[in-house]
Every structure is written in structure tokens, then in C-alpha cells.
Design a binder for this molecule. Sequence first.
Ligand code: S6P
Ligand code: ZN
Length: 179
Amino acid sequence: MIIMPDKKTWPVSITPDNYPEFISTSSEHLTRKGSDLAGYFEEEPEPDTVIYEVFEAETVGHIKMAMTVLKPGKVGNEFHMTKGHFHEDDKAGEVYVCFKGQGMIVMQTKEGQTDELRLTPGALAYIPPGWAHRTINTGTEDFIMLATYPETAGHDYGPIQEKGFIKRVVEINGQVQVV
Ligand code: S6P
Ligand code: ZN
């Protein structure tokens, strides 16, 4: 079964069974290694370790879709995570749907409000406009989620790259802790 017969203009349903076909038919593929995340963790990651991959679908119109595959693992006691970003357009929200694995999304505003949600397969997370967002793999298998967002959202990595998130997700005594 091909889920995207015409990647740009054909309606599709992405399910827990067929999501790997989304990955195989994506038009853009980005790999983030430890070297790309230098300065993000409290300890420095191994430069060649793949932390996550992003597969973006070729779409037309106002909605974009991208699937993130976040590898399991830790850097020190900190779970593997994405860089995290604000959207350049402060009116652009986003929706994540989790397909596989155990994870969290941490969010914060420029005013310093923070929140975090657990994501398990089937869960949907709504990221309101103005909230920076980062995904964390707290499990032992790949954490896979699909993001949908306005094509005009844009990504502003600067504030997080400079100051990080207020909250970090770490393992303490075998437990997932937000500190
Ligand atoms: C895009 C959306 C995701 C992330 C992806 C990687 O708005 O939030 O597709 O781009 O999870 O994270 P990051 O922070 O490195 O872009
Ligand atoms: Zn985003």
C-alpha cells in the first residue's frame, strides 16, 4: 500500500501501520547528530551519534507535515532530545501526533511560563502559538511523531540555542524526572 500516491495533492491517512511509508516517500530528510547539538546538553554528546532524523512531506497549500524519529539514549543523565525552537510567526501553532515510543514535549513562552506533556502512541499534543517546543525520547525504542504546522511558521532557534529550556528531562534513580 502506498500512502502518498501523489505526494502533493492526494488525500492520505497516516496510521500506526503505514507511517513507515510516509518516511520512505518524504521529500526532505534531515539528520541531527551529536555534533549538531553541541551546547544543547549539559554534557557534550558524541559527535557522530545520530540523535534524530526529520522527514518532511512535499505538500502544497498552507499545511506542512514532518515526521521526527528521535533515537533512544542519553547524554550523561539527559535523555535524547530535539534542539527545540520558537516559530518565527508568533501566530503559528502546531499539532504533534505520536506514533511510536515514549516521550515528552516540553514547552515554554518568552515570558518564562513552562509546561510539559507526556506523549505515547495515539496521543495528540497541541502547541499554542508563542510556545517554544522540544521533544524528548524517555523510552528505550525510537520515538516517532508527526508534526503539522502552517507553511509560514518558520523556525527561530536562537533563543533556545543561547539560553536553553528552563526545564530539562533527566533520569534519576531509574526514573524520568523534569528538573
Ligand atoms: C516543526 C516541528 C518539528 C521539528 C522537529 C525537529 O515546526 O516542530 O518538525 O522541526 O521535531 O526539531 P527541531 O527543534 O530541531 O526543529
Ligand atoms: Zn515547530
